[in-house]
Design a protein around this ligand. Sequence first.
Ligand code: SIN
Length: 358
Amino acid sequence: MLFQKSAQSMIALLGFLVAVASAQAADPKLANVTILATGGTIAGTGATSTTTVGYTAATVGIQTLIQAVPEMTRIANVSGEQVFQIASENMSNEHWLTLAKRVNTLLAQKDVHGIVITHGTDTLEETAFFLNLVVKSKKPVVLVGSMRPSSAISADGPVNLYNAVALAATPDAAGRGVLVAMNDQIHAGRDVSKSNTTMVDTFRTPELGMLGYFQGGKPFFYRQVTRKHTTETEFDISSLNVLPPVDVAYAYANVGPTAIDAFVNAGVKGLVHAGVGNGSLPAKVRPALSAARAKGVVVVRASRVGQGILARNGEANDDELDFVVADTLSAQKARILLMLALTKTNDTKEIQRMFYTY
Ligand code: SIN
């Protein structure tokens, strides 16, 4: 018993000494990168090493993720925080506000040079776009996930995490908006989408293109986004605890007004319509959207197609209907911009300006 107690104290002391040593070991020549962990498959585990579906996301803590990639200590002084531990289908507006506030607080510190956010891939593109609009710093912010759980053969999490830290540690990543590091590629948070249910090369920016590559663990940039982001936006979430309710209604052959009417009756302030083609409005849907607008709901026309500019006054007379168009944003990203826009104004001309700005 006595032996057990003194062994425990010895282990605790050793742990403390290791913590002190690693704190002191911070190399002043390296950037300080904070990893904020939110869960997802990158922190997931399966029953066996071949379990790559039907595993449990968000089980492994941030310290274990860091310890699994000791090579990171050669490129940055890495520290970690567990912000949430969730699968990303459960990411909510409130999670986003909490995360964004933490990112802004950390980046305001002189001794934090970049942030990496580990995240489930299912809604990673949405969190990246939200942060792209509300982070108030030019310092690098990089989202990363994985398609295979940490317990899998050839798990993609460790190399993705290493690349993400390399990206967050490079001054070249500053001022480029929130970035996504997956599968040896660098994507813009504004434009990237998850495009495949299970493949490791699922993150794509098909037509506008990715920003660069990783090679040998080093980032190389070839493009930059032209839309405004981070410090250039007008959105300030520092005093917000909720965002205005906005939902997405999806179009398909034979669709009726049921979902739109339900969203309006539930009290949405904004509605994104993921129309067919160039945002066309089915005959049964147009009066429901028009009625929503008459009740004060701001309507944004987007497309379910996934690429291309949504033409204003093309498939519908937006001037007459007083609708907004989503430009090139997907419906799920248009929802985010509309929520933030509604924190500033209900004026549809102003909101349309925002969609052409960000
Ligand atoms: C999730 O999004 O949390 C699960 C799926 C993934 O991370 O790939």
